[in-house]
Each structure stands twice: as structure tokens, then as C-alpha cells.
Write a protein of this length. Structure first.
Length: 297
């Protein structure tokens, strides 16, 4: 069987869709890489790309993608509701099939060295982290772009690659290797951001919520709503329905309804098993019952 490595870069542009297309075009040019999805959010001012292939073509496509994004995106003009630290904000590599973690880390390190060579500070996180305090993305990104210049003056935050100097146009890049992550957002029918903030605190691990949930409250000004924006970092231990129903219950405390939910980017098939089990109550269901799984080699 072929090796399959997935990459899911987040870039800090979600409003200028022409720029987004030019960045995505760099991935399209690599024939051996398949784009699964890309989406842009104007409120977040952020786009997420998802593509996969064998490790070397994925690395090639990611280098080209990053070079174009760093050329076109200017962080000195960036505004958006989503936390960010750089034009190419975070680039996770995810082993999918026949790729060991160590091999994926080597790909991330090669990518990081490439970006550092372009004059952009790079930090490694999750399985590629060089220090325990750099394992979690929120810790690295604390203070965001606005605090980056001061952070780079602290020897404790010297980058893993690239210059320990502030690059105003590009900011910094975080890259590494992680378990398949689900970007899951729940929109609430209210404009009161404090409600989304309180619910985010109720479900996220750092405030005593679910162990594998990271969450923040965001304002969706164009939609006239607020959002609980989450990363479910281990769907096998904290399934989607458990999180959604908790948010629904918490929202009811404030007299607020859930307007809808969204999944950003592709989702592992296994993550949907719990959704079927919970909402259809088919507890003897197996993913092998899905016809399309028989077509996978």
C-alpha cells in the first residue's frame, strides 16, 4: 500500500478569495497530491486547506503553498476574529496510512527548515516539539501576532528555525505532527459574545471541561451570531455528540438556541461513527456497513 500523509495548513486570509486561489494553485500544480477541501471564513479572516499524498509530494506542495502565501499575505494589515501569529499560521502534518510518526516529523522539520530559510521564524509543536512548553499550539500562539515582536526578544522563545527577529509582514509559522483533529464550530442565535465565551470555558479542558477540547468564543458579525469555535484533538476520547449536547444544554441556561454547527475540512470516517450511534441509537453499527469502505484499498 502507498504511504499517505495529510497536510492541513491554516493561512491568515479569508476575505481576498483571489489570493486564496493563488495559494491553492500551488498545491494543484503537484499532480501526486489530492486536494480534499479548502474553505475560507471572512469573520475569521482565515482559510484552511486539506490535501494528501505520499510524503515527498506533500512536502513539495506545502513548500510551494507557503512561499506563495508568504509572498501575498501582509500581516501588518490583517484583522480577524480567529487567533493567529503569522501569514502561514499553522501547518500540521497528519499520518494517515503507512507513515510512522517519526517520518512525518522529519517532513515537518524539512518544511520548517525551508520556511526558516525564507527569513520567517518557525516553531515546532505537538509530536515535533523540541521543548515540552512548545507542545501545545495555544501556548506557542499566546499573545498572537501583536505580541510576537516582544516574544522573539525572550531567549526562551527563540524560534526552532529561522531568525530570532520579528518579520512584520509574515509573522511566524508553527508546524508539526498531530493526531487527526476535528475543527468543529457551533453557532448560537445571539450577538452576546460573553455567552459564547462562557460556554467555551465550560467545554474546554483548560477550564475543567472535556480533556480533548480546545475552545474559544468568536463573534460572527456578518451573520449576527456568535460561535463556539473548537478543536477536538482526539475524537475517539471526546466524541462530537458529547460536545454538541453539552453546548446545547449550556446555551439553554442563557435562553439561547443553537443555530447550527459546522465541520471545517474533511473528517475521519471513524469520527462519524459516534454521531450515528448517538443520534440514530444504532449501537451495533460498524463502519464496515458503509458500502464505500469496501472500495478503499
Amino acid at each position: 500500500m502507498k504511504k499517505v500523509l495529510l497536510c492541513e495548513p491554516n493561512i491568515s486570509e479569508g476575505r481576498d478569495l483571489q489570493t486564496v486561489e493563488e495559494v491553492v494553485d500551488q498545491v494543484r500544480l503537484v499532480d501526486e497530491v489530492k486536494i480534499l477541501d479548502y474553505s475560507s471564513d471572512a469573520d475569521h479572516n482565515r482559510s484552511v486547506l486539506t490535501y494528501l499524498g505520499e510524503p515527498e509530494p506533500v512536502l513539495q506542495a506545502t513548500k510551494a503553498m507557503a512561499a506563495k502565501a508568504l509572498e501575498l499575505i501582509d500581516m501588518t494589515r490583517h484583522q480577524g476574529s480567529h487567533p493567529r501569529m503569522g501569514a502561514v499560521d499553522v501547518v500540521p502534518f497528519v499520518p494517515v496510512r503507512n507513515v510512522e510518526t517519526e517520518e512525518a516529523v522529519e517532513v515537518a522539520r524539512q518544511f520548517g527548515g525551508f520556511v526558516g530559510g525564507l527569513g520567517v521564524p518557525v516553531y515546532y509543536y505537538e509530536e515535533a516539539a523540541t521543548k515540552p512548553e512548545r507542545k501545545r499550539l495555544p501556548k506557542i500562539r499566546k499573545g498572537e501576532y501583536e505580541a510576537l515582536e516582544a516574544k522573539l526578544q525572550d531567549p526562551a522563545w527563540a524560534p526552532d528555525e529561522g531568525p530570532a527577529a520579528f518579520n512584520p509582514k509574515s509573522g511566524a509559522v508553527v508546524t508539526g505532527v498531530r493526531f487527526p483533529l476535528i475543527a468543529f464550530n457551533v453557532n448560537l442565535r445571539t450577538t452576546d459574545l460573553s455567552i459564547a465565551d462562557r460556554i467555551a470555558k465550560a467545554v474546554r479542558h483548560i477550564n475543567g471541561g472535556f480533556r480533548f477540547v480546545r475552545a474559544i468564543g468568536l463573534s460572527l458579525e456578518e451573520e449576527g451570531m456568535v460561535q463556539v469555535s473548537m478543536n477536538l484533538i482526539n475524537y475517539t476520547k471526546t466524541p462530537i455528540p458529547r460536545v454538541l449536547e453539552t453546548i446545547r444544554s449550556e446555551a439553554a441556561r442563557y435562553g439561547v438556541n443553537v443555530a447550527g454547527a459546522e465541520l471545517v475540512g474533511p473528517v475521519p470516517l471513524g469520527a462519524l461513527e459516534e454521531v450515528l450511534n448517538y443520534y440514530l441509537q444504532v449501537h451495533d453499527f460498524s463502519m464496515e456497513q458503509i458500502i464505500e469502505t469496501a472500495l478503499l484499498d
